[in-house]
Design a protein. Sequence first.
Length: 137
Amino acid sequence: MKRRIAAIMIGDVVGYSSMMEASEELTAERVGMCQSLISEKVELLDGRIFNTMGDAALAEFQSAINAVRCAVEIRSALAGAAASEHEPLKMRFGLNLADVIVHGNDLVVPDLHGLRRDLPRCRRARAHHRAVAPQAG
């Protein structure tokens, strides 16, 4: 079995299930545009999307810094999206440096469910970081 170290980024859309309940077609269209943005940013930062599932995307990077930059750039692009009648999509991200198993073009990430479960915790940690160390300006 081939293994390697990779920086893994998982991201999903906040409130996806509620949005699907309200309007499946609109949500599918908006998430499709979001997935295109994710693909663009991942490629620009030398990453590779190795799996998607509905509103979520899994990407690998050789650089942990590029994984972080990618998540920040995606969130910034979504927040700065042109004003429309809909609130901008929000994404949450989990980042992990992992020893992965290579399975064809896919990767097996040993604690992927734990990483996805930790997404809300990552969000709380970011909010805490802002409260403790607010940006100057």
